[in-house]
Every structure is written in C-alpha cells, then in structure tokens.
Design a protein around this ligand. Structure first.
Ligand SMILES: [Fe+2]
Length: 139
C-alpha cells in the first residue's frame, strides 16, 4: 500500500501542502518497512514518527486558521481531535500487539480514507478562504 499525493489534494497554501506531502512520505516509509519485513522495532519507530508528525501538522494548521480568522475553525479542530484519537488507539494497539497485519491495515485505511477525505474537503476550504481573503485585500 502506498499513498500518493496528487495535485487535486493541493490546498494552495505552500506550508500545508508541503506538510501533507511529508505526511504521505512518513506513512509510506512506515508501510514499506512493514511490507519489507524490517523488524518490529523499525516499524514501530516509523509509526511513532508518523504519529508525532501528525500532531505537529495539526497544531501548525490550527495555528494558521486562528491567525487568519478561519470561520470553520472549531469544526475543523474537532475533526483533527477525532483523527488524533484514532491514531492514539492505533498507538495503544501497537504497544500491545506490535505491528500486526490488522494494525497496519487499520493505519492504511485511516490514511487513505479519513485523512484524504479531510484534506480534500476541510483543508481545501482553508485554501479557498486564504485566496478569497487575498482577493478582498487586493480589491
Ligand atoms: Fe486539517
């Protein structure tokens, strides 16, 4: 399983797009380590990197939304919290069962389903807001 970043996922805010690409890279590194059978320690380590990066990314994205007065901030933050809880549950499973096939496939589903949906709907709304705001300032 490999998740690919596509142009249609671009939000139009360089910092966010860059972080989304990195997020995909980190998931892919985790999944590749698992698929190549590179030991439990390495796979777990890559999962922790992914987990830490998700937290950093959400915090950065939320800070940006507050800076620009994004009107849908609260609902957006709730989605981040929901995803954070899902990832935390995976982290607990990782601690108890190790990088099992079922855990890795749950992580994959979360990234390909939930996260991509979130990026294409919620995050792209931030991009639109930024653009409209700039146009408003210019006009
Ligand atoms: Fe977001």
């Amino acid at each position: 399983m490999k998740i690919e970043w596509h142009e249609y996922l671009a939000v139009g805010v360089a910092e966010i797009d860059q972080q989304h690409r990195l997020l995909f890279d980190k998931f892919n590194a985790f999944f590749a380590a698992y698929a190549e059978g590179r030991g439990e320690e390495e796979v777990s380590r890559l999962f922790w990197f992914l987990n830490a990066y998700i937290a950093t990314h959400f915090a950065d994205e939320e800070r940006l939304q507050q800076e620009i007065g994004f009107p849908d901030y609260q609902r957006h933050r709730e989605q981040h919290l929901a995803l954070t809880r899902e990832v935390a549950a995976l982290k607990e499973r990782l601690a108890s069962e190790g990088p099992s096939p079922s855990l890795v496939s749950s992580a994959g589903l979360l990234m390909t389903g939930w996260l991509i949906e979130h990026i294409s709907v919620m995050d792209r709304a931030i991009g639109r807001f930024v653009k409209e705001r700039k146009q408003g300032q210019a006009g």
